[in-house]
Design a protein around this ligand. Structure first.
Ligand code: NA7
Length: 887
């Protein structure tokens, strides 16, 4: 049965339609309301919340008992890597009456005891069917319910299915030949036996040096006669400094636990902590080393990753931090070759999950422990008696595989899930998972994924992320029930937007540089896609809440009495641009158009001093050139490569009112280095003292002077392009036309970055982006009014779009930003150039604002756009485009 989609169906209007499944007569009543797959931390909390909310439920658990990852991973040394006090439920407010953590980082048995304690305290076991694996879940569209089948023969119908299957629960295959021939003992850390394993006097191999290997190797070495560790990729690990629960933290709890938990929920990682906003190289080297030492001394992963704001985005910052780690390893490990093999060098620190250890590196100093670097000495096969590498045959009594998991998606796709039209989830995700919020996936109504791909999950404190997801699901079920809806499903638009957003977030980090399980790179054949959501628990929670507050934006809700769909994208800005806008808004700065011009200029100059400097160039020369009526300042940026170079004359932004030859300094440096051209930022006279066309006259004078003096400036005559941002982009466009009409100088290309081209304030972009994105429509108008009389605004020296003939203009790259009031006139100009047969590349900068593309080393998502500009410049400068060869 299809229900009409109504965009404006108000939720309030539906309050009188409160119905329950049992009250309905038009469709079958399912056996239960909800099937939960998995009885780990998520499954237990679901059982708690669902049962208390009056939902009928069944929880299926493959293990013989509860605990999920903490049931299976019983290997020696297994511990949580988030402080126990943070890695626990927050729903149980009286927990301190009947529970105490014995250590800062609890062992696996202690965590398992805790989970059993919670299950018993809240009577959760009665909902769980153990030793039963869910094999199949199929959506029955006609009946609007799921049919769930287990390996125990259960065939259960349910309105909803919640996958609480865990992110690290599907062990990876061994991927080593010959395992079946080995006659000794074989263990997998992820499936460790329940009975104690005694390695006393044994020769033991450990394959894998992720967290499981790093935790178990020192403990195994305490018993074994000989330990050989087969390492494919070295890990970055910091000492856990385990011990008692921190008294400071306990004091915080005693003072106000609710505040503590709520700070965790609104933190970047799910542990109370301020997000670092200090860039690495903004402080002295001595201060940085102290900061690194402090992180090393605290022994907490989130603390370590948070040392500086750019550790996970700036390669140089990351390199320095990585070198600090490597020096620690070299200092601990006696044998230089072993130390060198233990030093990770082929991925940025923290792009694979770092480990917390107790004596890991020092263990390699023991005489009976040896490291084999399998990159140098690959494992050929496992034999009857041990392991053969290309160079050596080893004999072992036991082999331990600590080889990891098919993470995040593996346990979900291991269940044969089919949605609408029998489409298989596995097929849908063949090229990488697609979800909305990491919670739901289009085509699979009423299916929820707890800590699914596209949510913070493994990058966060899982306990906090699990609770947030379960709470969101419970609120959603309550909402559906209260408003008479039976099904919820994300739209394709919302899902595509979220998937894009997750990728955008990952792309401004160094995460994609590593072959990690975050990227799916540890499982042969798995698509290389960044799986978790990296922008932080705080932003993520705010997004989920916003979706709800905006009437379940991006979801279709349907039921017997109708449906509603408030379609759209919850995040459209580039993540870093959004963060900058939030920070700017929080600073509550005055707007330029609220100030007298002199103040605005001083304020603009002051703001410029707070930004990162941009890349180093070969040389910077400040000088003056003859403008139309007097000397004008210029700054020349020379590339570090040997000259002569092509030249770009650059005109700064600032609405013809503010700015100067150095106000776009980082952008000019960036352009210079990327395009390998000299960039000459030429100033021009400003309004309101010098109104239109003073700036145009000066821009023309600058281009003529540079063309005449190209050789003396270190340039190649004839290889001259113009470039400008904002008002400067306008000048670059105008100059390109005027030089065409004047018969020279010859311009080989024009770069127009978010240019005004006719200042028509009635265009849609002035309305859509009027406020909230940096440049406001009011500020644009302030600039136009200062610069030019209304009567002159169709003069092509102001409005290149109004020029009758654009043919024969230099090839152009026009960049427009999605959230820029000037977007539509830039777009119109690109189209007009194209219509006039001018070669033009129009770059639509998705999720960017008027300014963000110029924010070098701040809005990292702008870098690919600037790379395209540089690429276009290099194309303009090819000999075929220059006059000598054209002639
Ligand atoms: P991880 O972190 O995935 O570690 C697995 C390790 O096993 C890692 O060093 C792998 O090297 C190595 N490995 C995997 N396959 C092979 C083969 N075929 N040959 C040699 N070495 C191999 O899993 P863990 O269980 O240690 O930890 C998972 C998470 O659980 C952890 O991050 C914590 O959050 C808790 P690779 O790096 O792939 O080259």
């Amino acid at each position: 049965m299809e229900y009409p989609i109504t965009q404006d169906a108000g939720l309030e209007a539906r309050d009188d339609r409160l119905v329950t499944d049992s009250a309905r007569t038009d469709r079958p009543t399912p056996d239960v309301d909800v099937v939960v797959v998995g009885a780990g931390i998520a499954g237990l909390y679901l059982a708690y919340r669902l049962s208390r909310a009056g939902h009928r439920l069944r929880v299926f658990e493959a293990g013989d008992d509860l605990g999920g990852t903490w049931y299976w991973n019983r290997y020696p040394g297994a511990r949580v890597d988030v402080p126990s006090i943070d890695y626990m439920y927050s729903f149980d407010p009286n927990w301190q009456r009947d529970w105490q953590w014995s250590e800062k980082y609890a062992t696996q048995p202690e965590i398992l005891r805790y989970l059993n304690h919670i299950a018993d305290k809240h009577d959760l076991r009665r909902h769980i069917t153990f030793s039963t694996r869910v094999r199949q879940a199929g959506w029955d569209d006609g009946a609007s319910l799921w049919r769930v089948r287990t390996d125990g023969g259960d065939d259960v119908s349910a309105r909803f299915v919640v996958m609480a299957t865990g992110c690290l629960s599907m062990p990876k295959q061994a991927e080593v030949d010959g395992l079946e021939s080995f006659t000794g003992e074989v263990y997998f850390t992820s499936r460790w036996p329940h009975d104690p394993v005694d390695f006393t006097g044994k020769r033991v191999a450990v394959i894998g040096t992720g967290s499981s290997g790093v935790q178990s190797i020192p403990v195994i070495a305490e018993e074994a006669r000989e330990v050989v560790v087969f390492q494919r990729t070295p890990t970055f690990s910091i000492p856990a400094r385990n011990g008692q629960v921190s008294p400071e933290r306990l004091a915080l709890f005693a003072a106000n636990e609710a505040d503590y938990r709520s700070a965790a929920r609104m933190s970047p990682g799910g542990i109370p902590m301020e997000r670092s906003i200090t860039p690495t190289f903004s402080v002295s080297e001595a201060e940085r080393q102290q900061r690194y030492e402090r992180a090393w001394g605290i022994g907490e992963l989130f603390e370590a990753i948070n040392v500086y704001a750019d550790v996970l985005s700036n390669p140089a910052a990351n390199h320095e931090f990585a070198e600090f780690f490597r020096n620690k390893i070299r200092a601990i490990v006696d044998d230089p070759q072993t130390a060198s093999d233990l030093c990770p060098t082929d991925y940025p620190v923290a792009t694979k999950r770092p480990c917390l250890d107790t004596n890991y590196y020092a263990t390699y100093n023991l005489p009976h422990v040896r490291l084999v670097n399998v990159r140098k000495h690959p494992i050929r096969q496992i034999t009857e008696t041990g392991i053969d590498t290309a160079h050596e045959a080893f004999t072992f009594d036991a082999i331990v595989f600590a080889t990891g998991f098919d993470a995040v998606t593996g346990a979900i796709t291991a269940v044969d899930i089919t949605g609408r039209d029998d489409a298989a989830l596995k097929d849908k995700w063949a090229d990488g998972p697609q979800t909305y919020l990491g919670l739901t996936t289009a085509g699979f109504p009423n299916l929820f994924l707890i800590t699914g791909p596209g949510s913070p999950s493994v990058l966060s404190n899982m306990a906090v992320s699990i609770e947030q997801h379960v709470d969101w699901v419970l609120d959603c079920l309550g909402h559906l029930r209260a408003h008479g809806f039976a099904a919820i499903e994300p739209t394709a638009t919302a899902e595509a937007g979220w998937t894009q957003h997750v990728n955008d977030c990952a792309d401004i980090t160094l995460f994609p540089a590593a072959n990690s399980w975050y990227m799916g790179a540890n499982v042969p054949g798995k698509p290389r896609v960044f799986l978790p959501y990296p922008a932080g628990v705080d932003f993520y929670r705010a997004t989920c809440d916003e979706v709800v507050a905006r009437d379940y934006l991006g979801f279709k809700l349907s039921g017997p009495e109708g449906s509603m769909c408030n379609d759209g994208l919850v995040r459209r800005l580039q993540p870093d641009v959004e963060m900058i806008l939030i920070q700017m808004a929080a600073m509550n700065l005055p707007t330029l158009d609220s100030m007298p011009v002199d103040e605005a200029r001083a304020f603009y100059a002051q703001m410029s001093t707070t930004r990162p400097p941009g890349p180093d160039v070969g040389e910077i020369v400040d000088g003056v050139l003859p403008g139309a009526t007097g000397d004008l300042a210029y700054r020349l940026y020379r590339p570090p490569t040997p000259g002569p170079h092509a030249i770009v004359v650059f005109f700064h932004g600032g609405g013809w009112v503010v700015g100067d030859a150095v106000s776009d300094d980082p952008l000019c440096r960036d352009l210079c280095v990327r395009s390998d051209a000299i960039v000459i930022s030429a100033d021009y006279r400003h309004a309101p003292e010098h109104r239109f066309p003073a700036a145009v006259d000066d821009a023309m004078a600058a281009v003529r002077w540079v063309a005449d003096n190209a050789e003396a400036l270190g340039g190649m005559p004839g290889r001259l392009a113009v470039c400008g941002w904002s008002a400067g982009g306008n000048l670059a466009a105008v100059v390109s036309r005027l030089t065409r009409d004047a018969g020279g100088p010859h311009i080989v290309g024009q770069v127009l970055l978010t240019p005004p081209t006719d200042g028509d304030l009635t265009r849609a972009s002035y309305v859509e982006n009027a406020d909230g994105y940096g440049l406001t429509t009011a500020l644009a108008q302030w600039c136009y009014d200062h610069y030019i009389d209304p009567a002159d605004r169709r003069d092509p020296r102001f409005a290149p779009l109004c020029a009758g003939d654009l043919s024969g203009l230099p090839p152009a790259i026009v960049v427009t930003a999605e959230f820029d009031p000037l977007r539509d006139e830039g777009k119109a100009y690109a189209a007009a150039l194209d219509a006039a047969s001018v070669p033009v590349e129009h770059v639509r900068a998705r999720g960017h604002t008027h300014q963000s593309l110029t924010m070098v080393d701040v809005a990292l998502s702008g870098a690919p756009v600037r790379a395209r500009i540089a690429n276009a410049l290099r194309g303009f400068f090819l000999p075929t485009r220059t006059p000598e060869t054209a002639a």
